[in-house]
Write a protein of this length. Sequence first.
Length: 85
Amino acid sequence: MAKSKVTSKRVASKASKTLKSKSASSKSKSAAGSALSQTKTPRKVTSKKAASKASKVLRDGRTSKASKSAAGSALTQKPSKKNKK
């Protein structure tokens, strides 16, 4: 089921800056693109691949605050794990 969260205007602005940056890594840009695509569409969710890249961006100490903000937004919009018993 899709989450009802959307990317805020502030985070969308940071994601845009990350996408325009020449020094941002491909992982940062992937996470920013995912966050930006979910700006006004609560039914879209972050893919597993984009969520993995966003996680790596958050763990990397060299990434900018804008990239980390976009990555965090993308991660909050990934599908929740289903409990398998």
